[in-house]
Design a protein around this ligand. Structure first.
Ligand code: HEC
Length: 203
């Protein structure tokens, strides 16, 4: 009988321990994270403090209530700035280089010697030529071919890259425009990469 009792005790013990643990103190977590990145450059420091959106997404394990979902998207959409000339499409060749480039925001990139890249291939398949890509995001092969080049379609992609949280509250994709990782011109080049019928994405 004894071994069975011991085995049961082993099953019960971890649950009891977990209940005894204090709740995670967010202020302590923030302070610890900040202390770990003491030498972070000034423009990087604010990234250590989660904003309202990231806090809500973390607290709900990326499953906010319907009301939170709507509120997050509304707040994030309000941060989107549009091109002055109303044109959403740049140069797909520049866009392809940006999508390939992971330059920027790393500690070794200070002081900046090159424009930031988008690192899109880290999460997306985009062209048939590039065989090294991540799969956190959906494949974007043929993205423009499937959507056409109507102004509304171009605007939607621009908004997605500028701030993915505006259309998917707890997206795992970075807010490239809102967080000033990429400029309006760079985002236009990426729109071209995805939407231009001549781009390798649509071949
Ligand atoms: C850290 C991973 C990550 C990076 C880097 C990333 N994305 Fe995403 N992307 C995602 C995820 C996850 C989704 C799906 C969720 C969503 O729609 O927000 C997505 C969705 C998208 C969509 C919408 C797809 C659809 O179904 O309509 C587009 C367009 C897109 N990404 C473009 C880009 C571009 C361009 C870049 C580079 C500037 C980029 N992504 C960088 C993760 C990423």
């Amino acid at each position: 009988m004894k071994p069975i009792v011991l085995a049961l005790a082993a099953l019960v013990a971890p649950a009891a321990l977990a209940a005894d643990q204090p709740a995670v103190d967010p202020a302590r977590v923030e302070a610890t994270v900040k202390a770990a990145f003491r030498s972070a450059p000034p423009d990087w420091q604010p990234r250590l403090i989660p904003d309202e959106t990231l806090k809500e997404c973390s607290a709900t394990d990326n499953s906010p209530t319907a009301a939170q979902f709507e509120a997050i998207q509304k707040r994030e959409a309000a941060t989107i700035r549009y091109p002055d000339d109303g044109n959403f499409v740049g140069d797909w060749k520049k866009g392809e280089r940006l999508a390939q480039s992971g330059y920027g925001l790393r500690f070794t990139d200070y002081p900046p010697r090159n424009p930031n890249g988008g690192n899109c291939f880290a999460c997306h398949q985009m062209t048939r030529q590039e065989v090294s890509y991540g799969t956190i995001g959906p494949s974007l092969l043929g993205y423009g071919k499937a959507r056409g080049t109507a102004p509304e379609a171009l605007k939607t992609v621009y908004e997605k890259i500028y701030n993915p949280h505006a259309t998917f509250a707890c997206s795992l994709m970075p807010r490239f425009g809102t967080n000033k990782v990429l400029t309006v011109e760079q985002i236009k080049d990426l729109v071209a990469l995805l939407m231009d019928p001549a781009s390798p994405v649509n071949q």
